[in-house]
Ligand binder design. Structure first.
Ligand code: FES
Ligand code: CO
Length: 336
C-alpha cells in the first residue's frame, strides 16, 4: 500500500455519529477497521478482526467499556488487550490475544485515523477555529473513483457552467480567467507539507450560495494541503466580510473507492444546517456521475494519456505535487 497515505491521517467517521457503545465498521486503504468510543469519550480505531478466529469484531458489542466478540465472547479493553475468554473464565488470557490498534484523533467534526506512523500533523484548517463561522459537516459521499480524481474535480472551475449550470456557473460565462498557482507551505514545519495554492480565481456564479438572489462574480482561493485534502475560500463580497471556507477531505477506501467529506465554515447563518447540507448534496450529486465515468480510474501523471487545457493549471500543479510525493494510490504509473 501507498507509504505516503499509510502514514498520513484520514477521516473515517463523523464524530457525532460515534456514540459511546457503538461499533462502527469503516474501510481505509483496504483495511477493514472498527471505530468505537469508550465511556471516557476517547475514540479507538482497531483492525476489525478478532485475534481468536478472525471474525469481524464489529459484529459484536460494547459491554462495560469492553468490546465483546460476537463469536466466542472474548472481551477486549480499551487498550485492545483481551481480558476474558468465556470458555476459560478463570484463566488469564495470553498477551498475544489483543486487537490491532491504530492512531485515532478527532478534529473538524471528524474522526481521523493513521494506519502507520503518523508522519504529519492533521491537515491545517484554520477557518474551522473561527467562532464567527458556522460549521456544517456534509457527507460522507461514497464515490466509485479514486481519491485524486475527486480532489481534481473540486479544483476544477471549468466544469461549473456545464455540470453545475444555474448554480455555480452559466453557459454565457464559460471562460476561465487566468489565475495564479504557487507552492503552499502549510505552516506546520517538519510535520507539515508543501502543497499548492491557487489565487485570483474568478468565476461567475448564478447562485453562489443558498441565499444568493442573483448572479455574482466570485473570487476564490484553493489550497491543496495534503494529497487528499483541499480547501476553498471565497473572498467576501464586501469589505470587512468573512471569508467562507469549504474543505474537502477524501477517505481512500481502496484504489477505486473513496468517501468524500466536506466541512463548511460559513458566514451566513440565515439558512439551517440541513439546508446547507442539502445544497452541498445537490452539487456533489451532479459531480458524481462524471467522477465515476472517468477512465482510467487512476489519474495519469505522465503526459500523453490526457490532454490538458490552460484552465487546468491548478490540476497540473496538483499532479506535480503527487508526483513529487511519489504517491502510488490512485495515480498512474503504479509500481506493484
Ligand atoms: Fe472472536 Fe472467537 S473469533 S472470540
Ligand atoms: Co463540481
Amino acid at each position: 500500500m501507498d507509504p505516503v497515505l499509510w502514514n498520513d491521517w484520514h477521516p473515517v467517521a463523523a464524530s457525532a455519529a460515534l456514540a459511546p457503545g457503538a461499533l462502527l465498521p469503516v474501510r481505509l486503504l483496504e483495511e477493514e477497521m472498527l471505530v468505537w468510543r469508550d465511556a471516557s469519550g476517547v475514540v479507538h480505531a482497531w483492525n476489525d478482526r478478532c485475534p481468536h478466529r478472525g471474525a469481524r469484531l464489529s459484529l459484536g458489542w460494547v459491554q462495560e467499556d469492553r468490546v465483546v466478540c460476537a463469536y466466542h465472547g472474548w472481551q477486549f479493553d480499551a487498550a485492545g488487550a483481551c481480558r476474558l475468554q468465556p470458555a476459560q473464565p478463570h484463566d488469564t488470557p495470553p498477551k498475544t490475544a489483543c486487537a490491532r490498534r491504530f492512531a485515532a484523533r478527532e478534529a473538524y467534526g471528524l474522526v481521523w485515523v493513521c494506519l502507520g506512523e503518523p508522519a504529519l500533523e492533521l491537515p491545517p484548517f484554520p477557518e474551522h477555529a473561527d467562532a464567527r463561522l458556522r460549521k456544517v459537516l456534509c457527507g460522507p459521499y461514497p464515490v466509485h473513483a479514486c481519491g485524486p480524481r475527486v480532489i481534481e474535480n473540486f479544483l476544477d472551475m471549468a466544469h461549473f457552467p456545464f455540470i453545475h449550470e444555474g448554480i455555480l456557473g452559466a453557459r454565457e460565462f464559460t471562460e476561465v480567467p487566468d489565475y495564479r498557482v504557487d507552492p503552499y507551505d502549510d505552516g506546520l514545519g517538519e510535520r507539515g507539507m508543501t502543497g499548492v495554492i491557487a489565487t485570483e480565481c474568478h468565476a461567475w456564479q448564478p447562485q453562489a450560495n443558498l441565499l444568493a438572489a442573483g448572479g455574482s462574480m466570485v473570487e476564490y482561493t484553493y489550497r491543496v494541503v495534503r494529497p487528499l485534502t483541499a480547501i476553498l475560500t471565497k473572498l467576501p463580497a464586501q469589505q470587512g466580510g468573512l471569508a467562507e471556507a469549504i474543505s474537502l477531505h477524501v477517505q481512500p477506501e481502496d484504489e477505486e473507492h473513496c468517501r468524500a467529506w466536506i466541512v463548511l465554515a460559513m458566514s451566513n447563518d440565515s439558512s439551517s444546517d440541513e439546508e446547507s447540507r442539502a445544497f452541498q448534496d445537490r452539487i456533489f450529486l451532479q459531480d458524481l456521475a462524471i467522477l465515476e465515468s472517468q477512465r482510467p480510474k487512476a489519474i495519469p501523471l505522465e503526459p500523453g494519456m490526457e490532454v490538458p487545457q490552460r484552465a487546468d493549471r491548478l490540476s497540473a500543479a496538483y499532479r506535480r505535487m503527487l508526483k513529487a510525493l511519489d504517491l502510488r494510490y490512485g495515480v498512474l504509473p503504479q509500481e506493484r
